[in-house]
Every structure is written in structure tokens, then in C-alpha cells.
Design a protein around this ligand. Structure first.
Ligand code: FRU
Length: 449
């Protein structure tokens, strides 16, 4: 089998050349290059031997995998973390040096040690990494504390780190030299654990807000003065569906963009040389202001460059006897349409034979054939808004479908394994009538050319 052309290889989503991946790590942009480090087992297609794999891209779509960046050492295996550009040489390794913050999972060290937070740096744009001689930079706090995410706050000229502690508890720490850290606040995200993110975004009134994020896509929006994060919303949920997990945003993304990628946790890739994949990178923005504020998640515009042939359809009524069958045999699709439900019970979008159900009666979106990640059995059902009409965008790759509703106000990620099917995309009703409009289907190019 030709590498990157295997049967179940995602064609416009990142997956490692071979072996296992889970969380995206160390996302940082520097000198025109997007770095994507990732939790990786260099030896097998199952979780273990955690190492930081490394890939780079100049357009967030086409990835080139490089040498692994961080290997296990006497402190433990290399669990998740983040990376930043040290523009002001705060750490003393030089101006513009890349700093990576990661967890050494001491449980897997020989002999065993507690989980600690460590630092590595790269003076050659991320090609080679040196672990800081004074590691760990943060001694064990409790349990399997982990997943440091670091952001620069220019106002107080400090680094801020979000760290997962235990249960559903996280904390914030600060530092002016990236090496010595002081813990100043504890936070909870009910029912959520692991992989925090903490980043600023401007809301629609022009006010800077801070988003505190946990691995399940649950977040709080609040204010942050450098000393205290004050949540101003209840816990909200951004990424739904069964398979989005452990998302992280890029440090230093140009033009003030906030770009995020998730692990699509839990798909199946039988007999493939690799296991697991990343989501499509999305741009995050804040809709609304004050307490009425919501994260919006939308595929980055760089994806549009992969569009090949386009099929546009006029307004079409869909009834039991007359489905909309897209005239394509392509497997890689970027599809948009609007639908008004009228008296239909549900819209069945058959994605390569797998039913994605917009159930108008229960107001749920379901994709029943999606294999779950162990921590998210509860996210099979996604609530739909009350509106009589919806706008829908679907990104369909060989083993995944990402759904964006009403311009990204609701989004959900699902993995699937196609079985027998004839047409790659069919929209149908079993009962009643509904109208589909503005149907636009783009066949997509592979990124592995
Ligand atoms: C989340 C996670 C992290 C940890 C990493 C280990 O998926 O469990 O908390 O750092 O994966 O691979």
C-alpha cells in the first residue's frame, strides 16, 4: 500500500505517518511555519511510550512529519503540553527561541516518580530540542497533575500557565522567566478533566475576554487582570459529537487569529499503519458580548484551497419518494446547504451509507454509527436549535464527518467506518416534506499529494 493512500487514511486531516497519536501538543506559529506536535507512540498503533511527534505546515492543511521532538527520559514519558515563542528572551535561552512545556509522566519512569512539569527549548525553529537542565520546573502538586498550557500576557508581562490537577480541578500559575512558577488560582470545570487551554479573544463589543477551556470542549468566558480569572458565564460547550477531544489553540497565530485543532478521539482504522487523526483546524471567534457570549468554531479559510469540482443545486423539496442524491462518487467532500423542516420528522443525511440524523421532533443530531472515545459516551446526541431552518456545513473525509450548524454556533465531530454504500451523499426524508436550498458540494483534494 502506498503511504498516505491507504484505505482508511484521512485525506485532508492530519494523521501520523505511522503508529498512535492522541492530543495535539505544542501548537505554535513561527516565521511562516505552523508547528503541530502530537502525543505519539513511536513503537505501536496503541497508546504508550508517550513521545512528542512533530509535523509542520505552511498552510494548516499540508503537513510534513519531521523527527520526533521529545523522547521519554528519567523523569517519565512525554505527556501533553504547549509551546510558545520567547520573543523577549525571558527564559535566557535567546530571543525568539521556542519553549515547550510538557508533563513528565513519572508513573512510566524507571524507577517511578511523581508527575512533574518540565521545559525544553529549541534555538533552530523547532528542529532540535534541548531539555532544560533544571527540570522539573514545577514539582509535583497532586495526583497525575498535567498538561501545561502557557500563554503570554503582555499587560503584566508575564507567562500564564493553565494546568490540570485532579478530578475536575485546574489551576493557573504565573512566571516572568518561564522557569519559576507561582500558583495563584484554582478553577473547576464540572465533569471535565485534562488538557486546559486559556486564551484571550475580543467579543462583539470590542472587549477583551478570556476563555478557560477543558478537554471535553467545555469552557468559561470571563475577565482576567493577570491576577484573577473571573468567569462571567456558566460552563458552555463548544465542540460536541463523540469524537472531539483535547483541543488546543496555536500560540502566536498571525493577524490575531485564534486557531484550534482537536484530537478526533476514538475512531477505528483497521489494519492501518497509523491510529487516530486530528480534526480540521478551526478559527474561534466570540459571538455576542457580556453574559450572552458564545464561542463560534469554523473551519479555517485555508481549507477552501482544496476545493476541486463544485456541484450547486437549486432549491429542492425532499420527500419520502424523492431524495437529493448528489451526483458525485467523490469521498472527500465539503458540503453546505440550508434546510427548512416544514412537516418532516427528520432529515437523514446518508454519509457514505452512515445516517447522520437531524431529528426535528426530538431536536437532536445523531450519528449512531460513530465509535466513541471512552470518556465521552454521553455526547452521542447533540441538541439542535429551535429554528425552523438551519444552515449546515459538513466536512466529510474517509473516516470522519464534522458538522457545523448555523455558521459554527454549534459544531460536532464524529468518526465512522464506511461499509457498503452506493452514493456518497444522499439527503432523504421518510415522512413529510422539507426543503433544501443553497446546496453547494465541493469535491476536495487530498493533502498528501
Ligand atoms: C488526554 C491525555 C492527557 C495526557 C495525555 C497522555 O487525552 O490523557 O491528559 O497528557 O493524554 O497521552
Amino acid at each position: 500500500m502506498v503511504l498516505y493512500r491507504e484505505l482508511h487514511r484521512p485525506q485532508f486531516h492530519f494523521s501520523p505517518r505511522e503508529n498512535w497519536t492522541n492530543d495535539p501538543n505544542g501548537l505554535v506559529y513561527q516565521n511562516g511555519v505552523w508547528h503541530l506536535f502530537f502525543q505519539h507512540n513511536p513503537e505501536a498503533t496503541v497508546w504508550g511510550n508517550m513521545t512528542w511527534g512533530h509535523a509542520v505546515s505552511d498552510d494548516l492543511m499540508h503537513w510534513r512529519q519531521l523527527e520526533h521532538a521529545l523522547y521519554p527520559d528519567e523523569h517519565g514519558t512525554m505527556f501533553s503540553g504547549s509551546a510558545v515563542v520567547d520573543h523577549e528572551n525571558t527564559a535566557g535561552f535567546g530571543k525568539g527561541v521556542l519553549l515547550a512545556f510538557y508533563t513528565a509522566a513519572g508513573e512510566y519512569a524507571k524507577p517511578k516518580r511523581p508527575y512533574t512539569q518540565c521545559l525544553a527549548y529549541s534555538v533552530d525553529n523547532g528542529r532540535r530540542w534541548t531539555k532544560y537542565a533544571g527540570n522539573p520546573i514545577i514539582p509535583w502538586i497532586e495526583a497525575a497533575n498535567r498538561d501545561p498550557k502557557v500563554v503570554w500576557r503582555s499587560g503584566t508581562r508575564q507567562w500564564i500557565m493553565a494546568l490540570y490537577l485532579a478530578g475536575d480541578r485546574y489551576c493557573l500559575l504565573n512566571s516572568s522567566d518561564a522557569r519559576t512558577w507561582t500558583r495563584f488560582q484554582e478553577l473547576r470545570l464540572e465533569g471535565v478533566s485534562e488538557c486546559p487551554d486559556f486564551f484571550p479573544l475580543t467579543d462583539e463589543s470590542g472587549t477583551e475576554r478570556w476563555v478557560f477551556w477543558g478537554a471535553k470542549g467545555v469552557y468559561l468566558v470571563g475577565s482576567f487582570d493577570g491576577r484573577q480569572f473571573s468567569p462571567e458565564t456558566a460552563a458552555l460547550i463548544c465542540e460536541r459529537g463523540r469524537n472531539g477531544y483535547a483541543a488546543q489553540t496555536w500560540s502566536d497565530a498571525p493577524d490575531g487569529r485564534c486557531i484550534q485543532i482537536s484530537w478526533m478521539a476514538g475512531g477505528q482504522y483497521p489494519e492501518m499503519p497509523f491510529n487516530q487523526q486530528m480534526s480540521i483546524p478551526v478559527e474561534l471567534t466570540l459571538a455576542g458580548s457580556g453574559n450572552e457570549v458564545t464561542l463560534v468554531r469554523w473551519p479555517v479559510r485555508e481549507l477552501d484551497a482544496l476545493r476541486q469540482r463544485t456541484i450547486r443545486l437549486e432549491r429542492q423539496s425532499i420527500t419520502a419518494g424523492s431524495p437529493l442524491v448528489a451526483a458525485t462518487d467523490a469521498k472527500l467532500l465539503d458540503v453546505s446547504f440550508t434546510v427548512s423542516r416544514q412537516d418532516a420528522n427528520a432529515l437523514y443525511v446518508m454519509v457514505r451509507g452512515q445516517p447522520l440524523v437531524f431529528d426535528w421532533s426530538s431536536k437532536e443530531l445523531r450519528f449512531t454509527n460513530s465509535p466513541s472515545h471512552k470518556v465521552m459516551p454521553d455526547r452521542l446526541h447533540v441538541m439542535l436549535p429551535d429554528d425552523p431552518g438551519l444552515s449546515v456545513r459538513l466536512l466529510i473525509d474517509t473516516t470522519s464527518v464534522e458538522v457545523f450548524i448555523n455558521q459554527g454556533l454549534i459544531s460536532a465531530s464524529f468518526c465512522f467506518l464506511p461499509n457498503g454504500y452506493v452514493d456518497p451523499l444522499v439527503l432523504q426524508s421518510y415522512d413529510g416534506e422539507q426543503t433544501v436550498d443553497n446546496f453547494d458540494l465541493h469535491e476536495m483534494a487530498s493533502i498528501w499529494t
